[in-house]
Design a binder for this molecule. Structure first.
Ligand code: NAG
Ligand code: NAG
Ligand code: NAG
Ligand code: NAG
Ligand code: NAG
Ligand code: NAG
Length: 706
């Protein structure tokens, strides 16, 4: 495609990379010096030169240290190496700084792991003359030379991993490595190989079935690239720079079943003719068009086609008798489901075996019903993150097997399902749309629906008159949707819908396990809104609803285990009795001052997790709660933010620091004792004084009388 730049060519491999890194290090030291000079420019020339000197000296010191460090490292005596691990005939020598296999290995080694070592020159000597290997792993070494013919006599060698080496250096010498007599699986990934270089490794590899050339720099697949490896079943070319595939490059590979061309630069395939291919991955290219060679008699075996993250403008085209099961066209530029730009050239889309179709993250504005005419096997349909404003399935023959439809994050205003359509649908994702009016019995018509995500819409819930449950003709306002009697619905998400009310019996005869009505500020819950859910509801989410008092009795919901009441205005706890089975309760960010002791006791036997932070709790009126936090198994994950206030002063204290004694008010009795003792002393003293005076008086009197 014009204007496309090939990615940077990785010619150098590791050693050049390291050189480049040290150059970068030097450069950045230089910049650092200059930066310092600039920043002190205004400080006068003397200061500049001084700064410059200091900085330059620092830089030189750093450099010197670096150099010394490097020479020291290379001159360091070999550390004592732990021996390889030998498990029966398998030898593991990974990451031991080896240049070759140790000489003292047992005879008859079958598996040799020499990965992450320092092997540079791969010869018979390097492998300690072991020729009976079945499996040889040399990944992450520094191999830049392979002795030609090395593998010729290794007639048992099936798996050879040469990934992450410097085989581009070897390829430069234009020498062939010779026959890979028995090798079935060869990994040449991350070797800096570019176009044509693989020829020196593959020329004589008659047994090769699995080949990885991932993460190299190949730009073109030539016609003869694989002519020496005719048994190939699986080729991975992920993460190269492939722009061109020559005619016939893969045609002669009769056994080729899997081809991974993801993360390349391919722009278009107009004559796809790999009839035997089963799996094709073209994800992350620049594909605009995918058309197979159109001759109706041909039979393709393609089962999986990944075209995600491309620039597809049109829906891919395969002949009608295909067996495709998996098709991913997500993250492309589809504006319609047409296969070409011209309407008169529209072919019939026939995908009778298709089970998974992902068209999410495109620019689709609509999907005509006829698109699904020949997709009778479809089970998963993902059309989320498009601009679809209306979706309808009216013909009962359509999408009979579909289990999951993901329509989230579109612009849906209208959604209609005809009678007896979508009988297998289990999960419907509608979040992030503009749904306001829906046929109020729409979900009752889906007999298999278990999951329904309707958050971020504008739906209203119908009032349900208990005496008219079965009478659907007497429904209230037409712009509401009913959630009662949805046979199998278990998970219902209704957050962010601007819900004003949750009417009585709204979910009657619907076996809900989870109900999320969070983020509907001002939600008015009828006291009977949850009736009918007594034995089914397990999780209730009422977060951020600005509820100041809950007038719905939660204690009748006998299976309720998880309740989120966070970020409301609650001043009292909902009441629960001993029959409750609440396991996790979130009360964060409310207005709770006192927690009802009897409720806390009732909760204690089942409660495992309690969130309680950001409430204006009173310390001394919640000693029961305190006891619970300190003595039961209840975990309070947000304990750091759980504070309470004493009545005397208002600074909140962390609940962990409060003790019972603090609240029994130890100061007051002391004071009383002091007062009482003082009073007693005073009284005794006074008494004594009085007695004393009395005695004196009598004495005095006596003297008078005398
Ligand atoms: C590799 O080793 C062989 C034999 O030990 C030697 O002849 C050859 O020159 C070496 N090649 C390189 C590139 O080091
Ligand atoms: C070849 O690839 C297939 C599919 O990934 C895998 O099942 C098989 O084990 C591989 N064979 C070898 C010899 O690595
Ligand atoms: C295709 O390749 C991409 C990128 O490597 C990968 O993420 C994706 O899972 C592959 N697709 C399939 C269907 O395996
Ligand atoms: C599309 O939806 C399906 C099923 O819901 C899911 O498995 C898939 O990951 C989604 N695709 C993307 C690109 O997220
Ligand atoms: C629906 O599709 C979106 C992306 O297209 C994905 O992120 C989301 O996980 C899907 N939903 C489900 C439940 O698979
Ligand atoms: C929340 O409720 C209070 C009264 O309890 C009210 O003043 C406030 O406006 C409400 N906020 C919202 C967002 O509804």
């Amino acid at each position: 495609m014009a204007g496309r730049q090939p990615k940077t060519l990785r010619c150098g491999g590791k050693s050049q990379l390291i050189e480049r890194f040290s150059l970068v290090a030097l450069l950045s030291i230089g910049e650092w010096v200059c930066g310092d000079v600039k920043s002190t420019w205004s400080g006068g020339s003397a200061k500049i030169s001084h700064q410059l000197k200091v900085s330059t000296m620092a830089a030189f010191q750093l450099l010197f240290l670096l150099l010394v460090g490097c020479t020291a490292a290379s001159a360091r005596p070999p550390r004592h190496l732990p021996p390889c691990q030998v498990v029966q005939m398998d030898v593991f020598c990974s990451d031991l700084s080896l240049r070759s296999a140790p000489l003292n290995l047992p005879q008859g080694v079958q598996m040799l792991d020499l990965s992450r070592n320092q092997v540079q020159n791969l010869t018979q000597e390097t492998l300690a003359y072991h020729t009976g290997l079945h499996h040889l792993n040399l990944h992450s070494n520094k191999i830049h030379f392979i002795q030609p013919g090395l593998f010729k006599d290794m007639t048992d060698l099936r798996v050879l991993d040469l990934s992450r080496n410097h085989l581009n250096v070897f390829a430069h010498s234009k020498v062939n490595i010779g026959p890979l007599t028995a090798v079935e699986s060869l990994d040449l990934s991350s070797n800096g190989l570019y176009t044509g270089m693989s020829d020196f490794f593959l020329a004589e590899s008659p047994s090769l079935t699995n080949l990885s050339l991932n993460s190299n720099s190949i730009t073109k697949i030539a016609q003869n690239t694989f002519s020496g490896s005719m048994s190939l079943r699986k080729i991975s070319l992920h993460n190269n720079v492939i722009l061109e595939i020559e005619d016939g490059a893969f045609d002669s590979l009769d056994h080729l079943a899997e081809l991974d061309l993801s993360k390349n630069s391919i722009t278009c395939i107009t004559d796809f003719n790999l009839y035997n291919l089963e799996v094709l991955n073209l994800s992350k290219n620049s594909m605009e068009l995918f058309h197979s060679a159109q001759s109706s008699s041909d039979f393709y075996k393609l089962v999986s086609l990944d075209l995600s993250e491309n620039k597809m403008l049109y829906f891919p085209l395969l002949p009608g008798n295909n067996v495709l099961e998996y098709l991913d066209v997500s993250r492309n530029h589809l504006q319609s489901v047409n296969v070409t730009g011209s309407p008169e050239k529209q072919a019939n889309l026939i995908f009778n075996q298709l089970r998974y179709l992902d068209m999410s993250y495109n620019h689709l504005e609509s999907i005509p019903e006829c698109f699904f005419y020949c997709m009778g096997s479809l089970e998963v349909l993902n059309v989320s993150n498009n601009c679809i404003s209306s979706f309808s399935v009216s013909n009962e023959g359509l999408l009979q097997r579909v289990k999951i439809i993901n329509l989230s994050n579109n612009a849906l205003k209208s959604l209609t399902f005809g009678d007896n359509t979508l009988q297998s649908l289990e999960q419907l994702f509608l979040q992030g749309n503009d749904l306001t009016t829906l046929d109020h019995q729409i979900f009752q018509r889906l007999p298999s629906i278990t999951h329904l995500q309707l958050q971020q819409n504008n739906v209203k819930i119908c009032k349900q008159n208990q005496h008219e449950l079965t009478d659907t003709t007497h429904q209230a306002s037409p712009d509401c949707v009913s959630f009662s009697s949805v046979q199998n619905l278990q998970y219902l998400y209704l957050s962010e819908n601007n819900l004003r009310t949750l009417p009585a019996n709204a979910f009657m005869d619907t076996p809900l396990k989870l109900l999320d009505v969070s983020l509907n500020p001002g939600l008015d819950m009828n006291k009977d809104s949850l009736s009918g859910l007594e034995h089914s509801l397990v999780q209730l989410i009422l977060r951020e609803n600005n509820i100041s008092s809950l007038n719905t009795d939660l204690s009748s919901l006998t299976n309720l285990k998880h309740v989120d009441l966070s970020t409301n205005q609650l001043t009292t706890l909902p009441t629960w009795n001993k029959e409750s089975s609440i396991e996790s309760l979130n009360l964060q960010n409310n207005n709770l001052v006192t927690l009802e002791y009897s409720t806390m006791i009732a909760l204690e036997h089942s409660l495992k997790t309690l969130y309680m932070g950001s409430n204006p709790l009173s310390c001394c009126s919640n000693l029961g709660f305190l006891h619970m936090v300190q003595h039961s198994a209840v975990v309070v994950p947000d304990i750091e933010t759980v504070t309470c206030v004493y009545e005397e002063y208002s600074e909140p204290v962390n609940i962990g620091k409060v003790t019972k004694e603090m609240c029994q008010g130890p100061d007051i009795p002391n004071y009383v004792i002091v007062v009482v003792v003082t009073l007693l002393v005073v009284m005794i003293v006074l008494g004594l004084l009085v007695k004393c005076c009395h005695l004196r008086k009598r004495k005095h009197n006596r003297s008078f009388s005398a």
